[in-house]
Design a protein around this ligand. Structure first.
Ligand code: HEM
Length: 480
């Protein structure tokens, strides 16, 4: 599963360094937009030479790269309307046609984002109900972990099922059994699509669509994507049949109620149409599952790699909570646990280049004229590992988030969810999931490497996928 993107990225790395070497400057053919993730941050050396704002060529296209905390902050927060449009790669433009929220822009994006934020707040964020859903899911996940009786196994699937179920609860109002074939089918298709999006042929197609049309198996992509939409539609249809506007079960119900209300009042010029509904649902799954799942997997791997840090987290959980189930309101009394979760997000930097942005107008930024419609990559990894902001940028060091009295302290350069207009829409939900899943699991299990493997031998070199994955590994979850 991992080797294919790995090979692809080695090839791209070679192309990249060769081109840099040949030209002495970043004029090169065709690196993946995910390229910097291989060596975690190969653009930083370029920023040392060319400054914190520079342009490189992705194929024929000139894109602007922003490096370092101050530069990224200024672009995304101070000039957020100028840098806040989205650039969708060709293959995703074809699949989404500007619907949904991840790859869209303009008025449709604005309305869908506003609607999603309000409704995720009601069903998935900040509310006791969603907390209970997450705690319930932790229990299902714990049962799976327990079944392995402390033997080493790869926890990726179990974690993916658990975090996908949180999105199901929020979107559809119900969770699935981990063995449900429809549920597994949807997860499998999302995984397959991810891998195709990262293939060399897709990258080449994104850069030169007319030239590489023949190379890309577009029919396969479109078939998987159509199958995904079909299944999502069948869930939505089912909910439509049993819709009761008085008791909305989740995001889909609320959307349908708004849609009907607009139709009944004769409003035909609306963004609340079926295409936006289906793509919103798909976007929440795409953006809300691999991200949280990957971060949770990093957190468990890092606990196994650094047992003294794990000891301290478990000691804090024990002394503050005794044996009772952790709740969100406990977070303020668990500064070390909170610091560890923040450090996992900072250290792993799972979306190193954010998603591609686009300028909405001509903008003069730090002495450079950037034309309207230019693709811009705010390099989040260069913020999260900025040497002038973090004491030990390349190490796993939870003290980054603690003051001298051991109290939790926020850091301005903590931007794993990006910033400004396009900041992650699911940040609050993701933080809640990470806190509850991580703390609940550490209350119940001790995470260790497989027998005979010393902690120092656990590899922390990331693998490139849609996010920066922890390397494939097996861990033991020993019940406490
Ligand atoms: C966008 C990070 C979880 C929904 C993003 C972006 C980042 C990010 C870096 C791109 C921002 C930009 O382009 O500047 C993360 C991380 C997560 C996480 C690190 C978990 C650890 C979630 C969850 C959801 C979600 C749980 C949904 C419930 C979205 C959406 C967007 C987005 C819809 C696109 C926003 C837009 O373009 O307006 N996320 N995310 N994310 N995220 Fe997340």
């Amino acid at each position: 599963m991992i080797s294919h993107p790995k090979v692809c990225c080695y090839l791209l790395d070679v192309t990249y360094y060769l081109a840099i070497w040949l030209t002495g400057w970043g004029y090169f053919v065709p690196p993946s937009p995910l390229l910097p993730t291989r060596s975690n941050d190969p653009f930083s050396p370029l920023s040392k030479k060319f400054g914190s704002v520079f342009s490189v060529h992705f194929g024929m296209k000139k894109v602007v790269v922003l490096c370092g905390y101050r530069t990224v902050k200024e672009a995304l927060l101070t000039l957020d309307e100028a840098f806040g449009e989205r650039e969708a790669p060709t293959i995703l433009q074809e699949q989404t046609k500007g619907h949904g929220v991840l790859w869209s822009g303009g008025d449709s994006w604005k309305e869908m984002r506003r609607f999603a934020l309000t409704n995720l707040r009601d069903f998935g964020m900040g509310k006791k109900a969603s907390e209970e859903k997450i705690i319930e899911e932790c229990q299902h996940l714990s049962v799976v972990l327990q079944q392995f009786k402390g033997e080493a196994f790869d926890m990726s699937n179990a974690i993916t099922f658990a975090v996908s179920n949180i999105i199901c609860s929020i979107v559809y109002g119900s969770r699935f059994n981990y063995n449900d074939p429809e549920f597994r089918g949807q997860i499998g298709r999302a995984d397959a699509l991810n891998h195709i999006q990262l293939s060399v042929s897709t990258q080449l197609y994104n850069l030169y669509p007319s030239l590489f049309k023949w190379l890309l198996n577009r029919r396969r992509i479109l078939n998987i994507s159509a199958e995904n939409k079909k299944q999502t539609w069948s869930f939505i249809h089912h909910l439509k049949e049993s819709l009761n506007p008085e008791t909305c079960r989740g995001f889909v119900d609320t959307f349908l109620v708004r849609q009907k209300h607009l139709e009944d009042s004769g409003n035909t010029d609306t963004h609340f149409h079926d295409d936006n509904l289906v793509h919103m649902v798909l976007d929440l799954f795409i953006a809300g599952t691999e991200t949280t799942g990957t971060t949770l997997r990093w957190s468990l791997l890092l606990m196994a790699r650094y047992p003294l840090i794990q000891d301290r987290v478990q000691g804090e959980l024990r002394s503050v909570l005794g044996g009772r189930q952790v709740q969100m309101e406990d977070r303020k009394n668990l500064p070390y646990t909170n610091a560890v979760i923040h450090e996992v997000l900072r250290f792993s930097s799972i979306i190193p280049m954010a998603l591609p942005h686009k300028t909405s107008r001509d903008v003069t930024f730090r002495g450079h004229l950037i034309k309207k419609g230019t693709t811009v990559y705010p390099l989040l990894v260069s913020v999260l590992h900025d040497e002038s902001e973090w004491e030990k940028p390349r190490s796993f060091h939870p003290d980054h988030f603690l003051d001298t009295d051991g109290k939790f302290t926020k850091r301005d350069a903590f931007m794993p969810f990006s910033a400004g207009r396009r900041i992650c829409l699911g940040e609050t939900l993701a933080r809640m999931e990470l806190f509850l899943f991580f703390s609940s699991l550490l209350q119940r299990f001790r995470f260790t490497p497989p027998p005979g493997v010393p902690e120092e031998e656990l590899d922390l070199t990331p693998n490139v996928c849609f996010t920066l994955l922890p390397p494939t590994h097996k861990l033991c979850a020993v019940a406490l």
